[in-house]
Design a binder for this molecule. Structure first.
Ligand SMILES: [Zn+2]
Length: 124
């Protein structure tokens, strides 16, 4: 990526930022382009989604909710599709897709997910 300010090459780097979200200070690691010549920092359209996921997952971790990554990996460890987990937890499959992709589930859905995932684990 070329720096729009000075025309030099920008470098993709990981930065630690502390952000405030839903009343919590969250330390998140984000990827962004940085120009070492003029100091300009820029994300990409692609990364805007990742930034939100990082914030949503940091918040869920801080609140003791399952993160999107955890929902996906726990589900896959049980050979469940999103539809399979949705049926077992009595939830909407489209909602499970959203939560895995960065949206934050409501507390009652977090409990339903945990119960369904634990019940499945005990069956095996
Ligand atoms: Zn620059």
């Amino acid at each position: 990526m070329i720096c729009p300010n000075c025309g030099r090459e920008m470098i993709l780097e990981k930065v630690e930022k502390v952000l405030n979200f839903r009343g919590r200070e969250l330390a998140v690691t984000l990827e962004q382009y940085r120009c070492h010549d003029c100091g300009l920092e820029a994300g990409t359209v692609d990364q805007a989604g990742c930034v939100q996921n990082a914030i949503a997952d940091a918040w869920r971790l801080a609140e003791g909710f399952l993160t999107g990554r955890e929902i996906r990996s726990l589900r896959e460890a049980r050979s469940w599709t999103q539809a399979g987990l949705a049926r077992a937890a009595n939830l909407d499959p489209a909602a499970i897709r959203r939560w895995e992709n960065g949206c934050i589930q409501p507390p009652e859905a977090d409990r339903a997910l945990r119960l369904a995932l634990e019940a499945r684990e005990n069956q095996d």
